[in-house]
Design a protein around this ligand. Structure first.
Ligand SMILES: *[C@@H]1O[C@H](CO)[C@@H](O)[C@H](O)[C@H]1NC(C)=O
Ligand SMILES: *[C@@H]1O[C@H](CO)[C@@H](O)[C@H](O)[C@H]1NC(C)=O
Ligand SMILES: *[C@@H]1O[C@H](CO)[C@@H](O)[C@H](O)[C@H]1NC(C)=O
Length: 290
């Protein structure tokens, strides 16, 4: 009896240990890490030396024909997780019902987190934080607008302050779907794209040395919308070991923010949300699982 109980105890430990960090392998990558910047026309962004440098590296690929959905910010962010703008046409606070990408991910036990710079945590639902600043902005956090996340404490706890990322890298627990939103200075919203790319370089380069951040990871670098200068044509680039680019490092297929969802869905066979994700072209042309 004693041994029997001990055996059960042990198997529970093994079971919990095995499931917490189980990786669900994807067709092209095992992790996708999105980082999103703000309000820059394509023609301006492609002049940034750091973006040119990244795209020209052996595993960089510029998606030269990628478009945002509309203006202003919030509908674009919503598009990336919901598959439509949900009728939103401004930056106000909304509670949106219906399935989103988190439902599809969780159904396949794929881990996820949304890292928000300067987010106070604890399922904060206010418009801005910390008090007296506009560093964290709800309009750049689509997850908190999703009712089936904001009303579920365990899901809401997966929206975390950016400081959690270093903890997750150090413990090798970066989730398989990671969505990173810099604050309104570092994303260029209040500062411009030169500032944002200087920040990005100093933030990204040291992390690229760490396999807990890079292993089988597709980095997806995008902007929410243009600066009203070019029909919402925005810079978007892919980076990381799953990318096997052609010599010119360009994929000029027509893509938009819904392509992000269709790529994630196709990678893990998630099905779809039945919205604009269904017909969006996935950016898998130059991806290959290593
Ligand atoms: C590669 O670098 C060159 C020169 O800096 C630049 O003109 C070109 O646009 C870059 N390629 C990509 C795909 O960004
Ligand atoms: C959204 O739901 C929250 C409760 O989580 C509520 O406090 C808020 O007023 C709602 N906002 C809108 C715009 O309906
Ligand atoms: C990409 O395709 C568009 C037409 O859809 C064309 O106007 C543009 O010049 C192409 N860009 C490159 C870099 O080939």
């Amino acid at each position: 009896m004693k041994y029997f109980k001990f055996a059960i105890f042990l198997s529970i430990i093994v079971f919990v240990g095995a499931t917490v960090d189980a990786i669900v392998p994807g067709k092209f990558f095992d992790r996708i890490f999105l980082i999103i910047f703000e309000n820059t026309d394509y023609v301006k962004a492609i002049q940034e030396p750091y973006l040119q440098d990244l795209m020209n590296r052996s595993n960089g690929l510029l998606l030269s024909n990628y478009y945002a959905i509309m203006h202003p910010s919030l509908p674009n962010y919503i598009a990336t997780v919901f598959g439509s703008t949900a009728g939103v046409t401004d930056d106000n606070a909304y509670n949106i019902s219906g399935a989103n990408i988190v439902d599809l991910l969780e159904a396949k036990r794929i881990t996820w987190k949304a890292y928000m710079e300067n987010y106070p945590g604890e399922c904060f639902k206010g418009d801005f934080a910390p008090p007296g600043t506009v560093l964290y902005a709800r309009k750049h956090n689509p997850f908190i607008s999703m009712v089936d996340i904001s009303s579920d404490p365990s899901r809401c706890a997966k929206i975390v302050p950016d400081t959690q990322l270093d903890v997750d890298i150090n413990t090798n627990r970066v989730p398989q779907f990671a969505y990173y939103v810099p604050n309104e200075n570092n994303d260029g919203h209040d500062t411009g794209v030169e500032f944002a790319m200087n920040w990005f370089q100093s933030w990204f380069e040291p992390k690229l040395q760490n396999p807990a951040f890079t292993t089988n990871t597709l980095f997806f670098i995008t902007f929410d919308e243009d600066a009203y200068g070019g029909n919402n044509h925005i810079f978007t680039g892919l980076f990381g070991c799953p990318v096997q680019p052609p010599d010119n490092h360009l994929d000029n297929t027509s893509y938009n923010h819904y392509s992000f969802l269709s790529t994630v869905e196709e990678n893990w066979n998630l099905g779809n949300l039945g919205r604009n994700d269904v017909d969006a072209t996935a950016f898998i042309k130059y991806l290959q699982h290593s």
